[in-house]
Design a protein around this ligand. Structure first.
Ligand code: ATP
Length: 227
């Protein structure tokens, strides 16, 4: 929170006083890695947010292969990644809503539950590329402002131009941070081959990863982005 209980905008967003600014961060987080943590921290700082709410997707519509019963496990991994960071927390909101998890439905529910909050939504350039295809994308753009992190291998300028052309109400800020070429896919591949992930997934997260989705059982599935 800014001084005097007011929120100060550091992006191109309009200044809104008396409202908490919450940065929502949706994803599969299978597993969460330092790329996620870095973008969340930098976006938090640059957007002058009060908190970051991490929202593991319960049943991502684009990831049919992900099992619903991995939610609790991915939730615990995010919790472990956040550690003692008091300005970040993980929410199970998507697991409490009907499946599949459509971001537009989640936002509608969150806005209803927190009318005093100004929500921002964090995503990577790869997700921005797919944003126009998200269920209810046009409505979503009227509800939330996006905060985007560039990502290696994705042409941000083209993704942004396409998204703006197809979603005229799209509002977004781009965060200024070094691009990090790490993905959950890459991490999963290394871990499945029992190779060192060299700190890209912190040890407390790895400990939970090794338990498997059902506590010590073999993983059955893998996942990707929320929408
Ligand atoms: P996967 O490899 O399984 O697709 P992921 O690494 O993309 O996973 P997600 O949980 O799907 O991780 O990502 C959540 C959000 O974080 C998405 O909006 C994604 O674009 C973004 N993101 C993840 N890693 C990065 C990164 N290294 N740089 C920028 N954005 C990222």
């Amino acid at each position: 929170m800014g001084e005097g209980g007011m929120c100060y905008t550091r992006g191109n967003d309009e200044r809104i006083t008396g409202q908490r600014r919450i940065l929502l961060f949706g994803g599969t987080f299978d597993p969460p890695h330092v790329g996620h943590l870095t973008m969340a921290q930098i976006a938090y700082e640059q957007m002058g947010a009060d908190e970051v709410w991490w929202m593991p997707a319960a049943k991502p519509p684009h990831k049919a292969e992900i099992g619903v019963d991995t939610f609790a496990w991915r939730y615990r991994m995010v919790e472990a990644l956040l550690g003692a960071r008091r300005h970040m927390r993980v929410t199970d909101v998507e697991n409490r809503l009907p499946k599949p998890s459509y971001t537009v439905d989640t936002l509608r529910a969150l806005i209803r539950a927190h009318p005093d909050v100004h929500f921002l939504f964090l995503l990577g350039a790869d997700s921005l590329q797919h944003l126009p295809e998200w269920h209810g994308a046009a409505e979503l753009c009227e509800m939330v402002r996006f905060v985007v992190a560039r990502r290696p291998g994705y042409d941000f300028d083209t993704a942004a131009a396409t998204a703006r052309a197809r979603l005229p109400h799209l509002q977004m800020d781009v965060i200024d941070m070094p691009m990090l070429d790490v993905s959950s896919t890459w991490v999963r591949d290394r871990l499945d081959r029992e190779l060192d992930v060299c700190g890209l997934v912190p040890d407390p997260v790895l400990a939970i990863w090794r338990e498997g989705p059902k506590g010590g059982m073999t993983r059955e599935c893998s996942g990707g982005t929320s929408s």
